[in-house]
Design a protein around this ligand. Structure first.
Ligand SMILES: *Cc1c(COP(=O)(O)O)cnc(C)c1O
Length: 352
């Protein structure tokens, strides 16, 4: 009895439409890292009729998608690092981020040999200091690559390291100026957090990952999203525990009254973080029941005292519309993104 994820692809599609309605512009969904753990191919296909451009995080994702028959427009949002990656971009018809002249030359060279043209989006670094051309070098960079054959400049983008409230006026003005100059191109900028926190001050196309998967990146709630994912496990054993007894490794919890404790088939090897021990809950027969005792590698313990008719084999739900990804993330001091991508890759994903 292994835990599983139930993923609602219609909810992903609805969320895409809800966000798009809110921003009133185009919207680039981000499906890197196996679509935040939700499954690259199913998610790409769920979005293919609505999204003009879908963002991926590495070229292998393009390979997987193309081999599955996916024909939609893909944009690699990480600048390529090698000639091999440039070759794959050309082979799989992927638009790519670019921030180095050498890589642009490789692309041009390979594209020319294949008789193709590659679309590129120039990444500008306005403060993240991870990738991107320096703003003061941008004009020159664009001029240089414009001389390269078989490369088509399609877009300009950047990525914020901060929520909008902390982004400096200078950073915004800087990007405004850049976009003003290149307004014939596709200009994209906000991530999920920027989109919910203060979209009005950004006129650019957002690239959203987290929001598509139904999780909010901050407490600002500009719109209501549909729940996408449910994490479920089965009850595999039920114990009667007397007041004063403890259980699981380290005896981290002691019953203060006679209790019923259920063992469920999910642990930290599956992605249920051990730090959630004694801090999270599971829904059993519609009741929210606390996790008590230390989470094991493959099992955890739920206090089902007072819940009627619970039997071995019943479901325990660890994430759904009430037990939210955002709250789980807050509980262990991380971002919801990390929760989503932490489920074992081999975990069964059921699409509903
Ligand atoms: C991951 C990523 C995004 C999406 O971030 P979310 O917080 O999930 O919306 C956008 N842009 C870039 C460059 C990214 O790497």
């Amino acid at each position: 009895m292994k835990p599983w994820l139930e993923i609602d692809l219609d909810a992903i599609l609805s969320n895409y439409k809800i966000i798009k309605e809110y921003v009133k512009s185009d919207l680039i969904p981000v499906i890197k890292s196996n679509a935040y753990g939700m499954g690259l191919i199913p998610v790409a296909n769920a979005l293919k009729d609505v999204a003009n451009l879908i963002a991926i995080g590495d070229i292998e994702e393009a390979q997987t998608l193309r081999r599955s028959g996916f024909e939609g427009n893909l944009l690699l949002i990480v600048p390529i690092f090698s000639r091999e990656e440039a070759e794959l971009c050309v082979e799989y018809n992927v638009f790519t981020a670019i921030d180095s002249f050498d890589m642009a030359s490789f692309l041009s060279d390979i594209a020319k040999k294949s008789g193709k043209t590659v679309g590129v989006h120039v990444k500008v670094d306005i403060g993240m200091h991870r990738f991107g051309v320096k703003p003061e070098e941008l004009d020159n960079f664009i001029k240089q690559i414009s001389y390269l054959p078989n490369i088509q400049l399609m877009g300009i983008f950047s990525h914020f390291p901060l929520g909008l409230n902390l982004i400096t006026e200078e950073q915004l003005i800087l990007f405004d100026r850049i976009s003003e100059k290149y307004k014939n191109l596709i200009v994209h900028l906000p991530n999920s957090q920027n989109t919910v926190e203060n979209f009005e001050s950004l006129k650019f196309i957002p690239r959203c990952g987290l929001l598509i998967y139904g999780a909010m990146p901050s407490d600002v709630k500009s719109f209501v999203l549909k729940n996408v994912v449910k994490l479920k496990a089965n009850i595999v054993k039920i114990h009667d525990i007397s007041a004063g007894q403890s259980w699981s490794y380290g005896y981290s919890y002691t019953a203060h009254k006679d209790s019923k404790i259920a063992v469920i088939s999910i642990g930290y090897a599956d992605g249920l973080k051990r730090a959630l021990s004694n801090k999270w809950s599971a829904k059993v027969k519609g009741s929210i029941c606390p996790l008590r005792g230390t989470i094991n590698m493959n099992f955890s313990f739920v206090d089902i005292t007072g819940v009627d008719n619970v039997r071995v084999g019943d479901e325990a739900i660890l994430l759904d519309e009430d037990l939210k990804i955002e709250d789980m993330a807050k509980t262990i001091d991380t971002v919801p993104h990390e929760i989503l991508v932490s489920f074992r890759e081999s975990m069964k994903r059921i699409y509903v």
